[in-house]
Design a protein around this ligand. Structure first.
Ligand SMILES: CC(C)(COP(=O)(O)OP(=O)(O)OC[C@H]1O[C@@H](n2cnc3c(N)ncnc32)[C@H](O)[C@@H]1OP(=O)(O)O)[C@@H](O)C(=O)NCCC(=O)NCCS
Length: 185
């Protein structure tokens, strides 16, 4: 597929050398989104263990995972990770996971999230002829609203456990109608 430049940024497929920037961007977005009550020891340990350049390097090397980045000048503004090895736990088991969709706070509401999710959807339709599924924190109303506006609907719940605490995540599934539409084009 062709990815067109828009609003001064362009989307492209990730490269191995993106790992460090993706790690720092993920840290910033994760903390802004979830650490709304200060930085606990559990949060500090989690992000420093999980959102590392080494973990992103592993994702970028994994042929089952596909990453789109949004770039302006030399800077990364957002990214999407698709994991084709993760079947949907509820609903369409052939759907593949949109494992991460992060836009830097300064660019939220500019259409970047839409551009990234559409690129991910097209890739899933082209490569696997299936919709995407995802997990989203049940308190993350902005993201839930965003996904609903893109025809995703809740099919179940799953817990994310951090430091012994359970955080409810909704499982949301993209519309199979979008797959049919994409196949007609
Ligand atoms: C979710 C996220 C990727 C959306 O990216 P974005 O760049 O802000 O999205 P866009 O600008 O393309 O689209 C925003 C659209 O979302 C919808 N939307 C956003 N918040 C909404 C809300 N609270 N209720 C309903 N719809 C909402 C609107 O339809 C809006 O469309 P509009 O252009 O007609 O106003 C972004 O907010 C983000 O990265 N958040 C932090 C990380 C995160 O929560 N990621 C998802 C984890 S599962």
């Amino acid at each position: 597929m062709t990815i067109k430049p828009q609003h001064g940024y362009h989307l492209r497929v990730s490269r191995p050398e993106d790992a460090t920037q993706l790690s720092v961007l993920a840290l910033q977005v994760w903390l802004h989104t979830y650490a709304w009550n200060g930085i606990s020891g559990i949060i500090a340990d989690y992000v420093l263990a999980e959102l590392t350049p080494a973990k992103f390097a592993t994702i970028l090397e994994d042929p089952r995972q596909h990453v789109f980045v949004a770039q302006r000048d030399e800077n990364l503004l957002g990214f999407a990770v698709i994991n084709s090895a993760a079947p949907c736990p509820y609903g369409d088991t052939k759907a593949i996971e949109l494992a991460t969709l992060y836009v830097q706070e300064h660019f939220i509401g500019t259409g970047l999230g839409t551009a990234l999710i559409q690129a991910a959807q097209h890739w899933a339709y082209d490569q696997h002829q299936c919709p995407l599924w995802l997990k989203v924190n049940a308190q993350n109303h902005r993201a839930i609203g965003f996904y609903e506006s893109h025809s995703y609907s809740k099919t179940g719940s799953i817990d994310f456990v951090l430091g012994g605490q359970r955080h409810e995540n909704y499982v949301m599934l993209g519309s199979p109608i979008l797959v049919v539409d994409a196949q007609r084009k």
